[in-house]
Design a protein around this ligand. Structure first.
Ligand SMILES: *Cc1c(COP(=O)(O)O)cnc(C)c1O
Length: 385
């Protein structure tokens, strides 16, 4: 089976992890800060906090921004469930904004319309989570302008966009957001097995997230509320979690990071080949906004169902039967049973639902060879014939 995504682990990666494994520290050693610094420097952000998953990063990002019961978090329905669940973890309510039919990202116009309604009804969101689907940045300048006007905070879910750019600058620099989150799950651009990261330029948010990642406990006397008892003393000043990244993960991340630009460049080569090889088939290849340089975590096609006798399911099954590990990103979150229980129904976000009916993710990862890609295209051509 040719999978839709897969990690690349080199001998250098193995050596890096072994060095960490044989060192004095398996957790809370030098690798995690080194990994954080390397990423912060690469994207141009002041602070980076490594954690055990992007889901954890989203959670502590919401908490640091003060999201709680009675507040609203809005995100896109076309994302992994974690982008919405982080609001529920904090006791907040979650709602969705429909997608742009060209980029499949959260639509700034739909956001503005929904904000106008929410303002009239007195239920404006506290946090909005734009998700850079497939690695292409959302229209962050427009979303940021709305944040200024309506007073919400922005967490960019850039799980797909590590190494991507917006307006010529790396995603993660938080120019148009309060916090940006990366994921290092093995299918993503670079991996730490499990792992995530929160980036911010705000010193106070960084301090809060650092506390929340490690039990709310500090040894920093400046953060303590009472006198210290002695050199052994630590204080718990908030209710935190254990969301720390291990040294083994961070060592893998440090090593992987040296190949980030190379990985994204190879993904672009593959995307260009797909664009050319698929141009005569009854489908839409991904459209890239000129302001963006995608991380290209995913290559998503949309079937032109009206030109097909077949449907998405049949095409999907035909590809799987030919050992092509296609996937669908994503089932709209509001249609998940857990969200239906909260009252969401079909038809609420028509662009997202239309997209879902037509989308298929083709194999896309740096080690995919041209020959394997040709195999994918041949299988797809015959499935659509
Ligand atoms: C993968 C992913 C997450 C969750 O990442 P983990 O590191 O697995 O917790 C969140 N949001 C999006 C959009 C993702 O693709």
């Amino acid at each position: 089976m040719i999978p839709y995504g897969r990690q690349d682990i080199t001998e250098e990666d193995v050596q890096s992890v072994l060095t960490a494994l044989k060192s004095d520290f398996l957790t809370q050693g030098p690798y995690a800060p080194r990994f954080e610094q390397a990423i912060a420097q690469h994207v141009g952000a002041r602070h980076a906090l490594a954690v055990n998953s992007a889901t954890s990063a989203l959670h502590i990002a919401c908490l640091a921004l003060g999201l709680g019961p009675g507040d609203w978090l809005w995100t896109t329905p076309i994302t992994f469930v974690a982008s919405a669940n982080c609001g529920l973890y904090c006791g907040a309510k979650v709602d969705f904004v429909d997608i742009d039919p060209n980029t499949y990202n959260l639509c700034p116009q739909a956001l503005e319309t929904k904000l106008q309604q929410a303002e009239r009804q007195g239920c404006l969101p506290k946090v909005v989570v734009p998700v850079h689907l497939a690695g292409q940045s959302c229209d962050m300048e427009a979303i940021h302008a709305l944040a200024q006007r309506y007073g919400f905070k922005i967490i960019e879910d850039a799980s797909h966009a590590v190494g991507g750019k917006y307006q010529g600058e790396f995603v993660g620099n938080c120019r148009y957001s309060d916090i940006t989150v990366f994921s290092f799950h093995p299918v993503k651009i670079v991996t730490t097995a499990e792992g995530g990261l929160a980036l911010t330029n705000d010193d106070l948010l960084a301090e809060k997230m650092a506390l929340l990642r490690s039990h709310g406990v500090t040894r920093d006397t400046a953060l303590m509320t009472h006198e210290t008892h002695g050199p052994w003393y630590y204080q718990q000043v908030a209710l935190g979690y254990n969301y720390r990244m291990t040294e083994l993960q961070a060592a893998l991340g440090c090593s992987q990071l040296t190949r980030l630009d190379q990985y994204v460049a190879r993904r672009h080569e593959l995307a260009k080949r797909y664009d050319e090889l698929l141009q005569d088939l009854p489908l839409r290849t991904p459209w890239q906004h000129p302001d963006t340089y995608s991380g290209l975590h995913l290559y998503i096609i949309r079937l032109k169902l009206k030109e097909l006798k077949s449907n998405r399911r049949a095409v999907f099954e035909a590809l799987r039967s030919r050992e092509i590990g296609v996937n669908v990103h994503y089932i709209p979150v509001h249609t998940q049973p857990y969200y239906r229980e909260m009252g969401f129904t079909d038809g609420q976000f028509p662009q997202a639902e239309q997209y879902y009916a037509e989308a298929i993710s083709l194999p896309m990862y740096p080690l995919l060879t041209d020959a394997e890609q040709d195999q994918v295209v041949a299988a797809l051509s015959s499935a659509l014939a």
